[in-house]
Design a protein around this ligand. Structure first.
Ligand code: ACM
Ligand code: ZN
Length: 757
């Protein structure tokens, strides 16, 4: 014991020292990191030592990718310290061990990707690629990914992303150890890959009419004689270049040819492949397409299968990926139900439901792909019919639960749920974001996502290949807009794809992210700063309003003013909810070390007789109507919505008041199926039971489904009547006409505020 004591003390001392060295900030965070003491001094001249010539060539090419230079790689044992590579078959696929000591660096892996990822990690340990000598901190890293599939989908159909920019994105995701790039190559809005046998696919299908300044969902379809000027496509050489560039970074490129729907671009080129009952002009759609989105490949025409097989032959020749994605999403069967050929096919195959016809269609083409030794992928709509053999299902609807239907049948699946992983959604407080679809998918939301449900059958876990972030590009029209949506959120995808849940730490992730974002900037990619912006919630509380402010980043402080002035580093610090009892302009922003980090949020909080009063009829949502804050976007959390019918809210003013005017805030956004009300009624009561009509407003008939977007106040004169309760009844516009962007759908009615004066 006597002899052991000094050793023990030394070990404890060492442990204390070790704990004092912070873990390096790495993205994604490795499985295990143990910091050591000292540094390894490394220069571009430091030799790399491989086991044999083949490994030497591999290491050299990976170093160029991961470190940005070609080191001298030898198979001889050098005299000086070095970076040594060794194969260790006991390590997991894609896993690696990286050990830095003052005497050198040792790298071990069992697979090519393992060696690449070790070098990517080493690249993150180097402080500055331009310095003559780097001090690499002593560290021992044992790492392996949580999921085998870590993917990014780029929709190059809605917006044609130029090849050079795709290559830039490949570099950016390679640094994150993302191993799959899913290219959505065809849709209603464009066909993006040269097919030699069918030149019209790109001569016609790659080009659409321009609708400058009009957001995607509101764009009118093309007329037959309009010139199509927007688009582009990848030549076969371009595709080979993209595939080779990705392969050098060990990224698998999965091509998607979306069938049978999302096919207007292909059908514009070859209209004979649509159902013969389609009696309208088929053009490449500039937007949603309205009724034209129902035009899909005819499932009863054998020429369609032959055509698609020929297309897939060329696609498979271009893309060596084991996996080929056949889409299968959102197929409206309107024409199939009318088409004599489709009906005959259903009769011949003993089918009663057009969903079964899609099952037949997908299975037939999937079998063709499988016979050529490839695996078939498809969106989760495949689960609506019999699944193609061995198909890999991509769960996207809602939180991806339809993919579990596939898992129950023993199918492998990938999770890319729209409500988390769709990068088209808003990434931060919406008032600061460029217009897009739907709700928020923030950086934090993606970071917190665990695709494995706590209640899952363990077998499903084994069938889950991994996760994917998917970027639909309806709202993109430049590479910069693509970057803005991709970054930084793609880094959070990498983290959830790679790191074990118990290794994820939000502050550490942000620290590593900041370095990554800095390196992206060096490569000419500007990431969004939405994570620095402030999300407000304003709620009535005991007759006053409680204002809560939140920022995703914990390493900033929120400062605010209430006198209308610009918030500054010395403005009041936000420490908890701010209570407001009169009209107030609250302005706030985030700061770090005296520097403003995000946008200035200006909350113009109004005050009237209804403000902060109880509202009945809409549940907790009703509070939004009396919170003094006006909405700007229909999805910005300030709106009460309902689809069809009538929206009814009753405000209790808590005492009898003389009433001059009632204003109802509404919004129209035809592209999203949101329209102004058809009619608004105001009824008054002094006892809360008997209500009498006091005012009525009716929309002019020709304005109901007008092609107009914006916020609109409906003002009703109450003529000085006295009442305590005010009931507002707003009737929805009804069913959208055939010419609307979303025809045949019940209009959605959205209201943000009831003001009573
Ligand atoms: C999809 O978002 N329609 C796959
Ligand atoms: Zn048909």
């Amino acid at each position: 014991m006597k002899r052991l004591l000094p050793l023990l003390l030394f070990a404890l001392y060492g442990a204390t020292l070790r704990a004092a060295v912070p873990e390096p900030l790495l993205l994604p965070r490795p499985a295990a990191v143990e910091t050591g003491r000292g540094t390894f001094r490394m220069t571009r001249k430091t030799p790399f030592v491989a086991e044999d010539a083949a490994q030497a060539a591999l290491v050299r090419s990976f170093a160029v990718v991961a470190l940005g230079y070609a080191p001298e790689v030898t198979v001889a044992v050098p005299r000086s310290s070095a970076v040594r590579f060794a194969t260790d078959p006991s390590l997991a696929d894609e896993g690696y061990r990286l050990e830095v000591t003052p005497g050198g660096i040792a790298v071990a892996a069992s697979s090519e990707r393992g060696f690449l990822y070790a070098l990517q990690t080493l690249g993150q340990l180097l402080p500055d690629a331009r310095a003559a000598e780097w001090r690499v901190p002593a560290v021992r890293i044992a790492d392996a990914p949580r999921f085998a599939y870590r993917g990014l989908m780029l929709d190059v159909a809605r917006y044609f992303i130029p090849k050079e920019h795709v290559l830039k994105i490949i570099d950016a995701i390679a640094a994150l150890k993302i191993n799959t790039l899913h290219l959505h190559l065809s849709d209603d809005n464009g066909w993006r890959v040269e097919i030699r046998r069918y030149p019209r696919l790109t001569e016609v299908g790659a080009w659409r009419v321009d609708r400058p300044g009009v957001p995607f969902p509101a764009r009118r379809n093309a007329l037959q004689w309009e010139e199509a000027t927007v688009g582009g496509y990848y030549t076969q050489d371009d595709i080979r270049e993209i595939v080779a560039y990705a392969a050098a970074r060990r990224i698998d490129v999965i091509p998607e040819i979306d069938i049978p729907a999302h096919s207007n671009a292909a059908l514009a080129a070859y209209p004979c492949l649509a159902c013969p009952v389609v009696d309208k002009y088929i053009g490449v759609l500039p937007g949603l397409g309205g009724d034209n989105a129902r035009i899909i490949f005819c499932a009863g025409n054998d020429a369609v299968y032959e055509f698609l097989q020929n297309v897939l032959d060329e696609v498979m020749a271009l893309f060596p990926s084991r996996r080929i994605h056949l889409g299968g999403d959102e197929a409206d069967k309107y024409y199939w139900a009318l088409c004599p050929r489709c009906r005959e096919r259903m009769r011949a195959e003993g089918m009663t439901d057009p969903e079964q016809l899609q099952g037949y269609f997908m299975k037939r083409l999937a079998a063709y792909v499988r016979r050529r030794g490839r695996e078939v992928c498809g969106w989760d709509e495949l689960t609506r019919a019999e699944l193609p053999e061995e198909a890999i299902v991509y769960g996207w609807q809602g939180r991806g639960d339809l993919a579990l239907r596939a898992a129950r049948q023993g199918h492998r699946f990938v999770m890319t749920p729209a409500q988390v992983c769709y990068l088209i959604r808003y990434q931060g407080p919406q008032w600061f974001e460029p217009e897009t679809y739907f709700g928020n998918n923030t950086l934090r939301g993606l970071f917190d996502y665990d695709p494995v449900g706590a209640d899952w059958d363990p077998a499903w876990r084994d069938l889950l290949l991994g996760v994917q972030a998917s970027l639909w590009t309806e709202f993109c029209s430049s590479p910069e807009e693509v970057d803005y949506l991709l970054f930084p959120r793609t880094a959070a995808l990498a983290e959830i794809g790679w790191s074990q849940p118990d290794r994820k730490r939000w502050p550490e992730f942000l620290g590593a992210l900041d370095r990554y974002v800095g390196r992206l900037a060096g490569a000419g990619i500007v990431a969004a700063r939405s994570m620095y912006n402030i999300q407000h919630t304003v709620r009535p509380l005991d007759g006053r309003l409680e204002v809560r402010l939140a920022c995703e980043r914990p390493d900033v402080e929120i400062r605010f003013t209430t006198d209308g002035s610009e918030p500054a580093a010395r403005s009041a610090a936000y420490r908890g909810p701010v209570v407001v009892d009169r009209a107030t302009t609250l302005r706030c922003a985030t700061f770090r070390r005296g520097e403003r980090m995000g946008e200035v949020l200006t909350l113009a909080i109004g005050w009237n007789k209804a403000t902060a009063r109880p509202v009945e009829g809409l549940g907790p949502q009703g509070a939004l109507l009396v919170n003094g804050v006006r909405g700007q976007r229909n999805s910005d959390f300030e709106w009460c919505g309902r689809t069809g019918g009538e929206l009814t809210a009753t405000v209790d003013l808590l005492r009898e008041e003389e009433l001059r005017r009632c204003t109802l805030g509404t919004i129209a956004n035809p592209g999203m199926g949101i329209y102004l009300p058809r009619e608004v009624l105001v009824e008054l009561s002094s006892d809360g039971e008997h209500f009498v009509g006091a005012a009525r407003w009716e929309a002019p008939a020709d304005s109901l489904f007008a092609d107009w977007r914006g916020v609109r106040d409906v003002v009703l004169d109450l003529g000085g009547a006295a009442a305590r309760w005010v009931r507002v009844r707003a009737r929805s516009a009804g069913v959208a006409p055939p010419t609307a962007p979303r025809p045949g759908r019940e209009a959605q009615l959205c209201c943000d505020e009831i003001a009573i004066e």
